[in-house]
Write a protein that binds this ligand. Structure first.
Ligand SMILES: [Zn+2]
Length: 328
């Protein structure tokens, strides 16, 4: 109980991201033999015209990765992308390509600074509130609505499909996938471990320490996927499914499966990530040379095994959601 009390007083300041959404979606759907995924869609020239009941901050403008031709990657992760990386590779006029592009942080900026819940300060504000489902006290208390966001956008995609607006329907489905992928990242399902709490007295230091474990785990995954490391590409491209009666239940099942690895991940990352990248006063993202060295280290084996399992589970949830959409 004391640990939870400390957690609730932590100053969370981090924008939560699970990077390489674009690649995760692309690979999860790559070998799906759903003929609709190959369907060419006429990209509407007029941007954008879909109506959501979700509120957005009007001061931020929605960004369109189709225009920049790179995913909307936060600057701190840009160095992990290979030089030649381009969203053109994703055949953006096909359903699977559009979903890949629009599963990448579709609301970056626009869901900041909203008032959504009196508890949102525990999830770094309104953006975090929509992108996480943090469990506390043995998961009895849960904060954040990532699972609800996935369900909302899935339903919106279905409505647009019924109106035969396939382009926008597909884009919105990409958004639903984003939130499913988010909730499948253990650092979006839990935030604190007693081991870290015992290390520091200052809540600010605890906050930065955890944030650095989080962003650096994602940096490793971004590096592996954006650079096509074979076993990770293969595990995501399998055909297995995760059954669930609707999108929300698929998201919650995925969360349960993947959050089990949280403590092991924290302990492994603690041991493996060089201290320079675990600052307690600023965010520090691993450079590519350090990641390469890390990947050659035999002690990284268990971390990579867990990563493969996490990605496998995420892939099953993506495919199930898309299948539900197609057969709806
Ligand atoms: Zn997110």
């Amino acid at each position: 109980m004391i640990t939870e009390a400390i957690v609730f007083s932590l100053p969370f300041f981090i924008i939560f991201l699970w990077i390489a959404h674009d690649k995760i979606t692309y690979l999860a759907l790559k070998n799906c033999d759903i003929k609709e995924l190959k369907l060419r869609i006429n990209t509407e020239k007029q941007l954008p015209k879909f109506h959501s009941h979700i509120s957005f901050n009007p001061e931020y403008k929605l960004k369109f990765p189709e225009i920049t031709n790179i995913p909307l990657v936060p600057e701190r992760y840009l160095h992990l992308l290979p030089d030649s990386y381009s969203l053109k590779n994703y055949l953006k006029n096909h359903m699977s390509g559009l979903m890949s592009i629009y599963s990448y942080e579709p609301d970056m900026g626009v869901d900041d600074d909203l008032i959504l819940s009196k508890f949102q300060s525990f999830t770094a504000g309104s953006h975090g509130w929509r992108h996480v489902r943090f469990g506390f006290i043995k998961d009895i208390v849960r904060l954040g609505i990532a699972h609800k966001m996935s369900e909302h956008y899935f339903n919106e995609a279905i409505q647009l499909k019924r109106k035969r607006n396939l382009y926008w329907s597909t884009r919105v489905l990409g958004r639903a996938l984003h939130y499913i992928e988010d909730i499948g990242q253990p650092f979006h399902a839990k935030i604190i471990s007693p081991e870290i709490l015992l290390k520091h007295i200052s809540p600010v230091k605890i906050g930065y320490h955890i944030a650095n474990l989080h962003v650096n785990f994602e940096a490793i995954i971004g590096f592996l996927l954006w650079r096509d490391k074979k076993t990770f590409v293969n595990i995501l491209s399998r055909k297995d499914l995760l059954k669930g009666r609707n999108t929300e239940s698929i998201a919650l099942r995925l969360r349960k499966l993947n959050m089990r690895y949280f403590t092991s991940l924290v302990n492994l990352l603690e041991k493996l990530i060089p201290q320079d990248f675990l600052s307690t006063h600023k965010l520090t993202v691993l450079d590519t040379n350090t990641i390469e060295t890390l990947l050659k280290d035999i002690r990284t084996k268990r971390l990579l095994e867990i990563t493969r399992q996490l990605l496998f589970n995420v892939g099953t949830a993506i495919r199930s959601t898309v299948r539900n959409y197609i057969t709806y």
